[in-house]
Design a protein. Structure first.
Length: 73
């Protein structure tokens, strides 16, 4: 729902209703296709996953070394 709030605020209520029913994720993905926002979702999901992993590592006192970004020295 954070994605809906940040990226598609005008469609927030529509997206929220999808998640009240079974098959929500498939309907959500279809909706993203219709709105040409699927890549935005994938980018958001990747960032959110990385942030969650880093936070989990910090909470559990686990060191984390990021791989260098390709093309940067």
């Amino acid at each position: 729902m954070r994605f809906a709030r940040e990226v598609m605020p005008d469609d927030y209520d529509i997206i929220a209703r999808y998640f009240d029913r079974s098959g929500a994720y498939a309907q959500f993905k279809h909706f993203l296709e219709r709105r040409d926002k699927r890549q935005s979702w994938h980018d958001f999901e990747a960032r959110a996953t990385s942030e969650a992993i880093l936070e989990w590592c910090q909470v559990n006192d686990i060191g984390f070394i990021a791989e260098p970004t390709q093309g940067k020295d």
